[in-house]
Design a protein around this ligand. Structure first.
Ligand code: NAD
Length: 314
């Protein structure tokens, strides 16, 4: 019987229906029971055991893993970020790759806006003060009327734009590949051709682009220094978009006010990590797509995508 491997931890929550879908098509389903992301060695072991399809979360699928998976025909990403998969190698080996498009964009967008509120109103700090039976208050700022720069205007960026407009914020998108003028008109959003101008003017800079050779460390010492001292950086996209050494220095030196992220170069970060220890750096544990609604959609759509790819191969 053809084997299919399912790696994402959160898949467990809505596993019944998709697993039934796979079993009805005659696949033997192997689930990641470790409660953590699989290692390259573990993935190679599964590959050697004859797995033909994988529904993968953030587990690493570099060339060294893919070349050891002789029977692998299809990789279905449980989500949309494929930076953990060597797409070139997959293509070379004839392994198809799909993404679960449109399944988690609303959840990630809502978290991005949530992190704006968290940064502007110091919510967790205030809750913690009361939990400690204190009543210390920290003055906050309103979001209304503030300028938001969205770097990346794809599925998530657009949902963030709509929500920020609902809050009467001014929204501008920097995305060299953006071509949806009707969206700009419908939601009263502007587009900037210049990242430099946008950074200098924004109260919030929110990242919604993939990591590529071109975008890695797009937020670096130079771009961070272009931001206002009162500005807030939001990153719900990928840790590698931000040069964390430069961010540490920018936050310590007051070059920007706050950074709030859902992603990090190393997840979880090391104990005592300098950036995580800063009071003006906020990090959530990659919960952008971790909602009941998104998890259910991702489970179903990634399963449908895997079946479509595998059946096309038969
Ligand atoms: P998308 O492909 O729909 O949109 C990405 C946009 O980035 C595109 O419009 C593209 O043109 C733009 N872009 C590419 N290069 C750019 C550049 N140099 N400068 C500016 N824009 C550029 O992707 P999406 O679904 O909106 O996802 C965006 C990011 O969110 C990805 O990094 C993804 O990995 C991440 N993500 C995070 C979570 C989470 O749990 N935190 C969940 C889903 C996605």
């Amino acid at each position: 019987m053809n084997k299919v491997l399912i790696t994402p931890k959160s898949f467990q929550k809505f596993r019944e229906k998709p697993i039934k879908m796979l079993q009805e098509k005659g696949y033997e389903v192997i689930e990641n029971q470790t409660g953590r992301t699989l290692t390259e060695d573990e993935l190679i072991e599964y590959g050697k055991s004859g797995v033909v399809g994988v529904i993968v979360g953030v587990d690493p699928l570099p060339a060294s893993v893919l070349t050891n998976c002789d029977q692998l025909k299809a990789i279905s990403k449980y989500g949309v970020g494929t930076d953990n998969i060597d797409l070139g190698k997959a293509d070379e080996l004839g392994i198809q790759v799909s993404k679960a498009m449109g399944t988690n964009n609303i959840s990630v967008a809502e978290l991005a806006v949530g992190l704006m509120f968290e940064s502007a109103r110091k919510l967790s700090q205030s809750v913690q003060a009361v939990k400690n039976f204190g009543w210390g208050r920290t003055i906050g700022s309103e979001l209304t009327g503030k300028k938001v720069a969205l770097i990346g205007g794809g599925q998530i960026g657009k949902e963030v734009a709509k929500r920020c407009r609902g809050l009467q914020m001014e929204v501008s998108i920097y995305d060299p590949y953006f071509n949806d003028d009707s969206f700009l008109i419908e939601f009263g959003v502007s587009r900037s051709e210049s990242l430099d101008d946008l950074l200098a003017d924004a109260d919030f800079v929110s990242l919604h682009l993939p990591v590529t050779d071109d975008t890695k460390h797009i937020m670096n010492a130079k771009t961070l220094s272009q931001m206002k001292e009162t500005a807030i950086l939001i990153n719900t996209a990928r840790g590698e978009l931000v040069d964390e050494k430069a961010l540490l220095s920018a936050l310590q030196n007051g070059e920007i006010a706050v950074a709030a992220q859902d992603v990090y170069s190393q997840e979880p970060p090391e104990q005592g990590d300098s950036l995580v220890s800063l009071p003006n750096f906020i990090l959530t544990p990659h919960i952008g797509a971790f909602t009941n609604e998104a998890v259910e959609r991702m489970a179903i759509v990634s399963t449908e995508n895997l079946i479509t790819m595998l059946q096309g191969n038969e």
